[in-house]
Design a protein around this ligand. Structure first.
Ligand SMILES: [Zn+2]
Length: 254
């Protein structure tokens, strides 16, 4: 493999390329009120602690500002993220990553009265083995006026896709809307990629302060954004990945 190909696979599609995407620039905006009708509750289902902020950190701020009730479901504790690290062991991550999420939620300006938080306790990288259990778990908490938000069913990460399938099954059984959010697709997809469901895509605009708080919140994920010099490992989420997830909008597939 050529070095530049290895490099491009590590870095993924740069933000600059997305900034020139005709299809992305053509995506229509959507307002919070269109996503959530009056009286609705938002349910954000995150495969790993950080997906809720990376994908929906702006949305969650807007929900908080509008006093819209929120349920956050952390599917796994993200214990398999730092393979090869002697410091970030699964045991340490099982405590640190949910704490990082809690800190990030505070940095978004949310206090604990504004959301409920559930942990389904599934093993990281193994969600596909527990899809039916996750659907049943969700159904035991979902309400008829809920709107579900989760990662995209074709995001290119096994847990993200399995979580989306479980959410889709729950949303269909209960007849509630589901919105999907790309996370890893920003890395692997081409800016004009026909695999992206552009016809379902909408942009939720984030103002400057909302973007700033989201950036600040993302900095709470110390285990993910810093290199591990002891094991000579780069950050799980390098700066180029964070850039793609800190745009002045959040992309939703409705
Ligand atoms: Zn994830």
């Amino acid at each position: 493999m050529k070095p530049n190909l290895i490099n491009s696979q590590l870095i993924g599609t740069p933000l600059q390329a997305w900034n020139h995407s005709r299809r992305l620039s053509d995506v229509q905006p959507i307002e919070l009120q269109q996503l959530l009708p009056a009286g609705a509750r938002a349910v954000v289902v995150a495969p790993h602690p950080d997906d809720e902020i990376l994908g929906c950190g702006g949305l969650m701020q807007l929900l908080g500002q509008q006093q819209i009730p929120m349920l956050l479901v952390s599917v796994t504790a993200g214990t398999a993220s730092n393979l090869g690290s002697h410091y970030w062991t699964p045991q340490r991550l099982s405590i640190a990553r949910p704490l990082e999420s809690a800190q990030a939620l505070r940095r978004l300006g949310l206090d604990q009265s504004q959301y409920k938080w559930l942990h389904s306790g599934l093993p990281d990288t193994q969600v596909h083995l527990f899809e039916e259990e996750l659907t049943q778990f969700l159904l035991s908490y979902l309400l008829p006026n809920d709107v579900l938000f989760t990662t995209w069913r074709s995001d290119g990460h096994s847990d993200h896709e399995a979580t989306a399938r479980a959410c889709l099954a729950a949303s269909q059984q209960l007849g509630v809307p589901l919105c999907e959010v790309p996370i890893w697709a920003w890395h692997w997809a081409d800016p004009e990629d026909s695999r992206i469901p552009w016809e379902r895509a909408r942009k939720l605009h984030l103002d400057t302060w909302t973007q700033a708080r989201k950036r600040h919140a993302i900095q709470a994920f110390a285990s993910q954004i810093h290199p591990d010099p002891q094991a000579d490992l780069p950050p799980v989420l390098p700066a180029c990945a964070l850039e793609r997830l800190q745009q002045p909008f959040e992309l939703l597939f409705v």
